[in-house]
Design a protein around this ligand. Sequence first.
Ligand code: AHR
Length: 307
Amino acid sequence: ACSSGSGSSDGKKSDGKLTIGFAQVGAESGWRTANTKSIQDAAKKAGVTLKFSDAQQKQENQIKAIRSFIQQKVDVIAFSPVVESGWDTVLKEAKAAHIPVILTDRAVDSKDESLYVTFLGSDFVEEGKKAGDWLVKEYASGSGDVNIVQLEGTTGSAPANDRKAGFADAIKGDPKFKIVASQTGDFTRAKGKEVMQAFLKSQPKIDVLYAHNDDMALGAIQAIEEAGKKPGTDIKIVSVDGVKDAFTAMSQGKINFDVECNPLLGDQLMDLAKKVKAGESVPRRIQTEEGTFTPEQATAALPNRQY
Ligand code: AHR
């Protein structure tokens, strides 16, 4: 039987450059576009050869891309898993080929921790908690019901699961907070708008929209306006990401609070890949630091926001 060994014989590159295969989720949001650009720019700057694949939010495409990176004997595989489950088989194939795997942005739920070297990204549970904590403070003085609709991210994805759980945890202490409808908008503007239109039709009273990302919030804002209501006033909006378009909406009073999720992971990823390739040890978990924005803070940050 032939095994691929360390991948250093026939697949060896003559320029001695580090080659990373990166399997991206897709181009579903402004956040994702900024993340892709950060990774591509950082690779160029670091002199890394980047093989980039866009999975269009489909797990089977990501699995195919990872298999192709294994075949091409890249030095390191990095990817942002579209959903949490179902990765063990392909990650075992990478391990058998002695190609280290770095998770960026989203985690996998594999029990076998030897299937990847490290995970670089945000704490999504914490992000959901921050959104919920804001809501609790915002409605601290009232006692009437607060009807909430939730636009969830991609079903089965770590940010959708975790942002939902963190938010639920933050509001659970007070029964006046009621999530009256919750559905996926797949992290896109188009779906966010579509689902919000349905919520507006089916729900007699909506006080708050919690969107798992800014693009869905921005799509929902269109739906709310088309229904003759004022986003940010008639329906309060709390969202996650902190992209420029959301800051613009905040400066117009249309989003009330935004929890930051940092997409600029490129430089850290290149640094990690170089260390991993050199056999240096790296932390198992590297968490990005991020803040929150009120409309005033977003308006002030807007002129210098990069993405
Ligand atoms: O995994 C990060 C999430 O994915 C971002 O919040 C969202 O905008 C993106 O699509």
